[in-house]
Design a protein. Structure first.
Length: 178
């Protein structure tokens, strides 16, 4: 598991993440994963996403985590702090993607746990996320880590003719501070 600080120290490593991250995201989207795209993202979109998350991490306004198995990228996730002044203490877990080849091996749990720890260290009070309602495995993971549902928009997400709920989750990090 590598974080933004580890990645920022090695620009070649960052450049080397783009292609495997693109491959993972494209593969998942093609298989119907609920990652915010209907069509697989372009390589440039993935590069911009990684650069944006790293830039936010440098200023304390985000975090990026990548999971490697045998030196190969198998998952990534990041959160970004809300930019409005009234919402600055809070952050949104924007993306979490784990290669289908390693589903069920705890990679997603490790990524989310590391991102929660990063958020806590950054002074985030509430970490939020949204997910498609049919993403049962992800919703189970989030609930098992203490996230609670705080809202749902029925049939909000349109994928072709299909409609899915958009489900909102939150983790209040203030409760666990000592």
């Amino acid at each position: 598991m590598l974080g933004a600080a580890d990645l920022a120290a090695d620009s070649e490593r960052v450049a080397g993440l783009v292609e495997p991250a693109h491959r993972i995201l494209a593969e998942l989207v093609r298989a119907g994963a609920s990652l915010g795209w209907v069509e697989p993202p372009s390589r440039d979109e993935v590069s911009d996403l990684i650069e944006h998350a790293l830039a936010a991490a440098r200023t304390g306004d985000g975090a990026l985590r990548v999971a490697l198995v045998d030196g190969q990228l198998v998952g990534l996730g990041y959160w970004l702090r809300y930019t409005r002044p009234t919402n600055r203490p809070h952050a949104d877990l924007v993306k979490l993607a784990v290669s289908a080849a390693v589903h069920g091996r705890g990679i997603g749990r490790l990524l989310v746990t590391a991102l929660i720890d990063d958020a806590r260290r950054a002074g985030v009070e509430v970490l939020t996320l949204d997910s498609r309602g049919d993403n049962a495995n992800a919703l189970h993971l989030y609930r098992s880590l203490g996230f609670t549902e705080y809202g749902r928009l029925p049939d909000f997400v349109a994928v072709g003719e299909r409609r899915h709920d958009k489900v909102f989750y939150m983790l209040d990090l203030r409760r666990s501070r000592t």
